[in-house]
Ligand binder design. Structure first.
Ligand code: SAM
Length: 380
């Protein structure tokens, strides 16, 4: 991959010679060139800016040096990236996309930005993207160009020694990464989570997935998959603040189950608030809120290669509107990739539930705990 970066502060890009990017250049995987925009000025003062048309504060980068720089550097129809706070957000997805390009040209603005006609001209030379590093304003595009280059080139095949490590990182599966630990197992009286020392790979995978989902729900709920909720509402992963309402909804829904299955001991009716709190740590829970009210929920967790679904609940006054089917599909959809089948239990006399599960593709697979039946379906 070839990367050309144009800036009025080329020294700012010196770190690109360091570390992995430097070594990749040595191995011929990467060819980075940093250019001083002022090389394409023609006046004695090497002027790159002028006052804005229409008035206002600050200066704008002149089109002439930029035009000449791009004519010389952006040959062979490259992808030309203008760094700007008004661009599309830079994401891991965009980094992955850019890593497939042969030739990138990064234009670093300064002052109030670059005359817009330069962007229009660049579109005659190649593909143009206007990219923002985030919702804040930097003094110049160099930090953005450094960040973009680093995020992109580490995805170029052969760049990273251990390509598998890329797959487990934050944003690669749409989630933030789980917390990581190394030796020693005890440090300043703080223990590494016991599951990581257990040698039980399925349990470790389950724990990591649950931690990743929880972190994402707490820190970046915007990353969780958007869903079309029947009748409207907001679906998201449960957080500790949901425990009280979840507990109330669970009791209310399983009283109904008790009426349908008299004499059966239903675990959900015998759990404490503390059990519910712990359940949020041990299971992936989805909750649905409508108008601020918690109206439905479901939970799932991986057992070997099966996604164990449970506690599918919908507030009694909203049942029969498709919310149960919706919650079932949603809790299935957050199962980790390793899952090959779904399973669940319901009361042997809960005929409406059994009908709903069958319509969703589940089949009876024998008895469950006393008074319950087990249903399962393969993952497609
Ligand atoms: N007047 C511009 C605005 O309000 O959008 C801000 C200009 S900023 C002071 C100068 C240069 O820094 C921009 O042209 C751009 O190259 C770079 N820059 C600033 N913030 C950035 C961000 N969040 N992402 C990418 N580049 C940024």
């Amino acid at each position: 991959m070839r990367v050309d970066i144009v800036s009025i502060f080329p020294d700012y890009l010196a770190p690109l010679e360091l570390s992995l990017a430097g070594r990749a250049q040595g191995r011929g995987l990467l060819d980075i060139a940093v250019h001083d925009l002022r090389a394409w000025t023609s006046d004695r003062h090497r002027t790159v800016d002028d006052t804005p048309y229409g008035g206002g504060a600050g200066m704008v980068m002149k089109p002439e040096p930029w035009g000449e720089a791009l004519d010389e550097v952006a040959t062979g129809r490259p992808t030309i990236v203008f760094t700007t706070p008004s661009g599309e957000p830079f994401t891991q997805g965009l980094a992955r996309d850019l890593a497939t390009r042969e030739h990138l040209v990064l234009a670093c603005g300064r002052y109030e930005g670059i005359d817009q006609r330069v962007v229009e001209h660049a579109a005659t030379l190649g593909e143009v993207l206007e990219v923002s590093l985030g919702d804040y304003v930097l003094n110049g595009g160099e930090v953005a160009a450094l960040a973009i280059t680093e995020a992109v080139v580490r995805l170029v095949p052969g760049f990273m020694g251990n390509a598998a490590s890329l797959l487990e990182e934050s944003h690669e599966d749409g989630l933030l990464e789980y917390p990581v630990y190394t030796k020693p197992a005890t440090w300043r009286e703080r223990e590494v989570p016991a599951v990581l020392l257990s040698g039980d790979h399925a349990a470790i995978a389950r724990w990591r997935r649950e931690q990743a989902v929880r972190r994402t729900a707490e820190r970046r709920p915007d990353l969780l998959p958007p869903s079309a909720v029947p009748g409207g509402g907001e679906l998201r992963h449960a957080v500790p603040a949901d425990v009280g309402e979840l507990y109330t909804l669970q009791l209310c829904c399983w009283v109904q189950e008790q009426h349908a299955n008299p004499g059966v001991r239903i675990p959900a009716l015998h759990e404490s608030l503390e059990d519910m709190r712990r359940s949020l740590e041990e299971w992936t829970w989805l909750v649905l809120r409508r108008g601020g009210r918690l109206v439905a929920a479901a939970r799932g967790r991986i057992e070997d290669d099966t996604w164990d679904v449970g506690r599918l609940m919908v507030a009694p006054d909203l049942q029969g509107q498709g919310l149960g089917r919706f919650m079932l599909a949603e809790i299935e959809s957050v199962a980790p990739p390793a899952v090959t089948a779904y399973t669940l239990f319901t009361g042997a006399q809960s005929l409406d539930n059994i009908r709903m599960y069958k319509r969703a593709g589940y089949r009876l697979r024998g008895e469950g705990p006393p008074g319950a039946v087990r249903l399962a379906k393969p993952r497609r």
